[in-house]
Write a protein that binds this ligand. Structure first.
Ligand code: MLT
Length: 352
């Protein structure tokens, strides 16, 4: 990413897009988590709605299946009083061969302020950011990033554990195909936690050298040392070959079974981004234990996404100068209008 492009992202000073956790400075993360607290409070009100983004339009552009993330962003936008538009690829002109660029330009012509993008190819939200004057929020791109998931995970973990400084987090399972793992490695290490990746060698990326992490193939040895056991879904839709002998064998070695969950320390959290494969990576009974905060993660997702949308579209582009969203009765500044950056063709092929 060029310096100029980086400057357009959160953490770069103008906060125009949220594409990756690595775009955020530690201060930005802290500010977003603090703003999230405000919106959690809004969510507890009898009418959980504020006028902060009245007159703004937020579009969700999902080229890949999603339940919780799409609904969560749409709920967040509505609670901020933004107008929302939802694009589902199954009923769109993409099925008639329209390119991503033409799709985004068509939607932009209707007048939009932010576009929330999910795509099966890594890098598509960044490309879209070069084609539109709207703010772009990455809602998950290929194996690459899912930044709002990492923000909601950090927020949820901190409500239980306080500071994450020095805490031990294991991210367990299909690291190789996981954008959640990549975002959370960056998030948890930025917040001072020690991160251990636990997976069979076939479900790890070819190199982990770029990350400040430990790697283990022995979940049983790691479990008693953890503050957070973060379990990933087996992402079979992204696997092009058999990477484990069988799901039964995977569960036997890496599943968070009842016996394994019993070996976690008192107070250790069990987290999962959802959707879960109960009985594969996590036992159904374990997912329902009091120290499993999976439903809280979903609930906090709405407030985190309100914080992100408010920061990008409210007058809070400079985080420290952000006014209270609860007082905002008119929209803030318009996003900066920069021209399109290059004529890059985006196909549905993975950019990995
Ligand atoms: C994702 O979109 O990456 C999900 O939140 C996690 C998953 O699909 O396993």
């Amino acid at each position: 990413m060029s310096t100029d492009t980086a400057r357009e992202h959160l953490g770069g000073g103008s906060a125009r897009h949220l594409l990756a956790i690595s775009d955020l400075h530690r201060d930005d993360i802290e500010d977003l988590l603090e703003l999230t607290e405000t919106f959690v409070e809004v969510g507890r009100r009898p009418i959980p709605k504020v006028p902060a983004l009245r007159g703004r339009t937020v579009v969700s552009l999902f080229f890949e299946d999603s339940t919780r993330t799409r609904l969560s962003f749409e709920t967040a936008a509505k609670r901020l009083s933004a107008d929302t538009m939802s694009f589902a690829v199954s009923s769109s002109s993409v099925n008639k061969g329209e390119s991503v660029r033409d799709t985004i330009e068509t939607i932009e012509a209707m007048g939009i302020d932010a576009v929330v993008v999910r795509h099966r190819s890594s890098g598509v939200p960044a490309q879209i950011a070069g084609w539109t004057n709207a703010s772009v929020v990455n809602a998950g791109d290929g194996w690459h990033q899912h930044p709002t998931q990492a923000l909601l995970d950090a927020y949820t973990a901190r409500t239980h554990l306080g500071s994450l400084e020095g805490r031990h987090v294991a991210i367990v399972g299909d690291i190789k195909h996981s954008r959640v793992a990549r975002s959370n490695i960056e998030m948890f290490t930025a917040l001072g936690a020690e991160v251990t990746l636990v997976a069979p060698p076939t479900l790890l990326p070819s190199s982990t050298n770029a990350w400040q992490v430990n790697v283990s193939n022995d979940l049983d040895a790691v479990l008693p040392t953890l503050d957070i056991c973060y379990v990933l879904r087996m992402q079979q839709e992204r696997m092009t070959e058999a990477l484990v002998p069988s799901l039964r064998e995977y569960t036997a070695c890496f599943g968070l079974t009842s016996e394994r969950a019993d070996r976690l320390r008192a107070g250790a959290l069990i987290m999962h981004p959802g959707p879960m494969n109960r009985g594969v990576e996590i036992a159904g009974e374990v997912a329902d234990r009091p120290n499993a905060v999976i439903i809280e993660q979903v609930a906090n997702g709405v407030a985190v996404r309100m914080a992100v949308l408010f920061m990008l579209l409210g007058s809070g582009r400079h985080l420290s100068a952000a006014p209270s969203p609860l007082d905002a009765s008119s929209p803030g500044d318009s996003p900066t209008a920069d021209g399109p950056a290059g004529d890059v063709d985006v196909s549905m092929e993975d950019a990995r």
